[in-house]
Design a protein around this ligand. Structure first.
Ligand SMILES: [Zn+2]
Ligand SMILES: [Zn+2]
Length: 376
């Protein structure tokens, strides 16, 4: 039987954020928890499946491995059950993909090592998330040394096998009844000794350089999205493949708009008279244009108006979310004597017809108090 996709099990998309993932897992785990479904074999299987999927997707490195290799990432490395130690299964992945066939034994002098994955935090504006953007970033990263091509040895010289460990990189030491394996102290696990180190990298084989990379940010990205740049991570050791670079996107809060998925919200203050008399207001849209909203006579504070397709762009889609304009009626302050006079005059003309909410509320209050009096 083929295994189900982890994202599918958790009912989330492949671009799910850590927070959303956790929420979805919690909800489903509660639902299928064995305590809640006693004797239900299906629920038990489901619960195990959920746990396994969450264990992988909630761990950045494991998730990256899963995104790349699918279930295969965990098939070779693990013992019984879940994924084994990360470095173990990474080396197994490495083998199955590059056919090194070096087994899981000691690391020879030629043992290649995959470079580490790197994380880069990138903050963008809501406008950039709306329109998409090509962002240029500068990433300090270690690369194979150009002078020695990553060998660490000076040109013309050669590294030799470490005499302490015989090139294995690890040594065994006896402690009483036990035999303990540890990293070789002579070569620090490299398995080789460099007598004449390269001057470009002091024998490390790697140098730190700042690289300029171009990141394509698609329109409609969500806060917390990860973008993987394959092979742009740290350089591998001894000719091993480079790691990946993960761009973690965060979106800055906007001064005017709030986002909720594909929709945008904007609160717009309007004057008391505009709200009472009605009219038209001009509101901004995220693409820098303006839209007009008709305010009907007698509009109350908090009223929302929907502008169709004026919201956020949707990832990998031509669709657009909506823009919701919420009007807030502003009560006038610091009145002049004349304004005060006009409002007092207005007040004298007010009635239950002009203020139905007020009239209705105080009517209900009267009934309520009257009811209490009757019961007493
Ligand atoms: Zn070098
Ligand atoms: Zn050694």
């Amino acid at each position: 039987m083929s295994k189900r996709d982890y994202y599918e099990i958790l009912g989330v998309s492949r671009t799910v954020t850590e927070v959303e993932l956790k929420g979805s897992f919690r909800k489903l785990a509660m639902q299928h928890h064995p305590d809640k479904n006693p004797g239900d074999k299906q629920a038990e299987i489901k619960f195990k499946e959920l746990n396994e999927a969450y264990q992988v997707l909630s761990d950045g490195q494991k998730r990256a491995a899963y995104d790349r290799y699918g279930h295969q990432a965990f098939e070779n490395g693990g013992g019984a059950g879940g994924p084994a130690d990360m470095s173990d299964f990474m080396s197994d992945i490495f083998e199955s993909f590059f056919g090194e066939g070096r087994g899981r034994g000691p690391r020879g002098a030629n043992a290649r090592e995959r470079g580490a994955d790197l994380r880069y935090n990138l903050e963008i504006g809501l406008e950039d998330a709306y329109a998409g953007k090509n962002e240029t970033i500068r990433v300090p990263t270690s690369m194979a040394c150009e002078v020695c091509s990553g060998t660490g040895a000076k040109a013309g010289s050669k590294s030799r096998q470490c005499p302490t460990c015989g090139g294995h990189g690890r040594v065994r030491a006896s402690q009483g009844f036990f035999s303990v394996e540890r990293t070789c102290p002579t070569c620090n696990g490299r398995g080789e000794i460099i007598d004449d180190p390269c001057t470009g990298c002091q024998g490390a084989g790697r140098v730190t350089r700042e690289r300029t990379l171009s990141v394509n940010i698609p329109a409609g990205v969500e806060d917390g999205t990860r973008i993987r740049l394959a092979g742009e991570g740290e350089a591998g050791l001894r000719g091993g493949p480079a790691g990946d670079l993960y761009i973690f996107l965060s979106i800055k809060p906007h001064a005017i708009f709030q986002r909720d998925g594909a929709d945008l919200f904007c609160r717009v203050p309007i004057g008391l008279t505009s709200a009472a008399l009605g009219g038209e207001i001009e509101v901004p849209t995220l693409n820098g244009e303006k839209a007009r909203v008709k305010i009907p006579e007698g509009t109350q504070t908090g009223k929302q108006f929907r502008l169709k397709a004026k919201g956020m762009s949707v990832l990998r889609s031509r669709e657009m979310g909506d823009l919701y304009i919420q009007v807030l009626v502003e009560t006038p302050q610091k009145l002049t004597a004349r304004q005060r006079e006009l409002l007092m005059e207005f007040e004298r003309e007010s009635s239950g017809a002009t203020h139905p909410e007020t009239a209705g509320f105080f009517g209900r209050v009267k009934d309520f108090l009257g009811g209490l009096g009757g019961a007493a």
